[in-house]
Design a protein around this ligand. Sequence first.
Ligand code: 2PG
Ligand code: MG
Length: 419
Amino acid sequence: MSGKILSIRALEVLDSRGNPTVKCVLKTPKCTVSAIVPSGASTGKHEALELRDGGRRYGGKGVRKAVANANTALSKAITGMDCTDQEAIDLVMLELDGTTHKSKLGANAMLAVSLAACRAGAVHKGVPLYEYIRSISESETIRLPIPQLNIINSGKHAGLENDIQEHMIFPMGFKSFSEAMRAGVETYHQLKAILRKKYGAQATLLGDEGGFAPPIADVNERLTLIMDAISQAGYGKKIKLGLDCASSEFFKNGTYTLGKKSYASAELIDVYRQLSKAYPLVSIEDGMAEDDWEGWAFLTKQLGNRLQLVGDDLLVTNEARIKRAIQEKSCNALLLKVNQIGTVTESIEAANLCVAEKWNVVVSHRSGETEDDFIADLVAGLGASQSKFGAPARSDRVAKYNRLLEIEQELGRKAKFGN
Ligand code: 2PG
Ligand code: MG
């Protein structure tokens, strides 16, 4: 049956923070599929534009303009195209927008269409979405990722300033995704028990990504509690640690401020070095701010041989910035967020660029998510070695983990996992 796109219809729906976002429903003769766009809070300033309405409605966060763009200009251009031609669809949208940051039509409008088209493409090819993504990305293999689980939330995701944003566990010493998940979840529950006992039930309230947001100012204390949870859950050396510092959020006028202390780039790198000596830290994301290229190069020179250094706000899933980072040896891993760039094709290109460089690729959610589990198929289809989908709590996060568990079961003994 023809893969001709019969119609696309966009609408305004809500994300996990109760903010408006764009959903797209796409029809072909064979299927009706949909996709919903996520949204960040600690957003990088070089990300593609998330078009919001401004004004009073939803505190300015309405997406009626983006929805209208999808329903008029994009619909007109895309209707009649073949849903199995992802590259052509994305290219038409890019040309129609014509700006570097998708500021005319909005990356949220374009991504909703792009994701929905990809889902329809899989249906028409008669394969699971992850297999379809594997084929269009020409990735070597389907793989289940090591899940980075953000179990203590702070910074913007917990209403705080001048703080490290995410404290993650990396269940690495396991044979399968489901075993890694189980260990991560048991550690999460153990941490909850520890926090409740030590600080009371209030300390177990959750931040935006489902991790706990206890009133503990010191990062050492947080990591020590996580280590206690790992050991009490019985996982000793099998679970490692990672941080997303989201340092663009605490960088101003050339200085980083953590709590009440200020640091130059080199001093902050020393803090990271100390942390990596005191704890089994394997990964630091956004250790330096989005435009501190010098700081990034120094960080990588100092710690890049023993730590995974992930570029999020630095790279914004953008080919040009990734190329510069490769050239300047700024980091050694990519955080891939589809809404930072706005199309499936560009996301795949960003991943492939990094794979060719032997960088790790971490497929990531946003702090504002929905029930859409597209990124689970994306990480598996790209064969990327890691996912970052938050804590194992709240349906907006768990939807992705549940989809990965389903993919693992579907693949059976063929399922590859981790590196
Ligand atoms: C990050 C993300 C996801 P946000 O900084 O990596 O955890 O947060 O979506 O708020 O940018
Ligand atoms: Mg980040």
